[in-house]
Design a protein around this ligand. Structure first.
Ligand code: SF4
Length: 309
């Protein structure tokens, strides 16, 4: 009996997630759209938008080629419904581009089973930040200095590991994604070949989202305008480790002037996350000898993530 009650509770929760707003003792479920369309309106009172579960079960069973006899004798009503335990957890499955994920979410609640992204609060929270920034943000003068677009953060919105740079470069400005040029490819190698993590499973952003002219460092009033959005994303994603790339980003995030050579090689505490400053990939392209130190930093990151998993 306890198992039956637990099963009922589980299915009620699931039905509510699917959009069933009212569940009474008759266990009502939503009517499939094509059946709703083909059925005369007068067969169901307008005050009852659902039909009893018993009349829905045969349709589900037909689709699974179950015989009528089997249905009537052996199959419980609840066993015909999807199980919560069989559904993948939204945690660690929310990868970029989120707009594609959301575009795949249909309006019809009964077909949402394969896309749980809509249930992930981090997606809506970060998309609302993007919406707030807007495609034509003019909160700082970088909006007037030749940027092509605002380059938002990308990646897994539930990531354990986050990378933060200072601002987009020319390639990022063109493509609308952080770290996609030569330096970005090197960062991808660090993530995928060094740390053995797919790039899509980390979160990547910049202090400033618009390209400064001639790739100069963002000015203080520019970072003052843009950094709050990144900080809000960090609050949402809550990565266990933030790798901050280069002196400008490290100084801005940690609010310090200590040289990057002294900041790197050790963790710093920041809002519940561990921050590992290291050299920017663009710097490594100019001075490949620094790769060894970056690798030392990444090994510390890898070991911390493994030990605190
Ligand atoms: S850098 Fe940030 S604050 Fe400045 S215009 Fe771009 S998005 Fe807006």
């Amino acid at each position: 009996m306890n198992e039956l009650i637990a099963d009922i509770r589980e299915q009620v929760v699931f039905l509510r997630e699917l959009g069933v707003s009212e569940i009474d003792a008759n266990l009502l479920v939503p009517v499939e759209p094509e059946r709703r369309a083909s059925r005369p309106v007068e067969t169901r009172p307008a005050s009852q938008p659902f039909e009893p579960i018993a009349s829905v079960i045969p349709t589900i069973a037909r689709s699974s080629e179950t015989t009528a006899e089997t249905r009537q004798t052996n199959v419980s009503r609840l066993s015909m419904l999807p199980s919560l335990s069989n559904r993948p957890s939204p945690k660690r499955t929310t990868n970029v581009p989120p707009s594609e994920n959301l575009a795949a979410v249909p309006d019809e609640p009964m077909t949402v089973i394969t896309t749980n992204f809509a249930n992930d609060p981090n997606i809506s929270a970060i998309l609302s930040i993007r919406e707030e920034i807007g495609p034509d943000c003019a909160r700082c003068k970088l909006s007037t200095l030749g940027r092509k677009q605002v380059v938002n953060s990308v990646g897994n919105f539930n990531a354990d590991l986050m990378f933060v740079g200072e601002a987009p470069g020319a390639d990022e400005d063109l493509q609308g994604e952080p770290f996609v040029g030569r330096a970005g490819q090197l960062l991808t190698d660090i993530i995928e070949k060094g740390l053995q993590i797919p790039r899509k499973d980390v979160f990547i952003g910049n202090i400033n989202r618009c390209r400064p002219p001639q790739n100069r460092a963002p000015e203080p009033n520019e970072t003052f305008a843009c950094k709050p959005f990144l900080l809000r994303e960090i609050e949402i994603v809550k990565p266990r480790v933030i790798v901050v790339l280069g002196a400008t980003a490290a100084h801005n995030l940690l609010d310090t002037k200590v040289p990057i050579g002294k900041l790197r090689g050790q963790f710093h505490d920041y809002r519940g996350s561990k921050v590992m400053p290291t050299f920017h990939p663009a710097y490594l392209l100019r001075d490949p000898h620094k790769k060894r130190e970056v690798w030392e930093d990444m090994k510390m990151v890898r070991d911390f993530l493994a030990s605190s998993a």
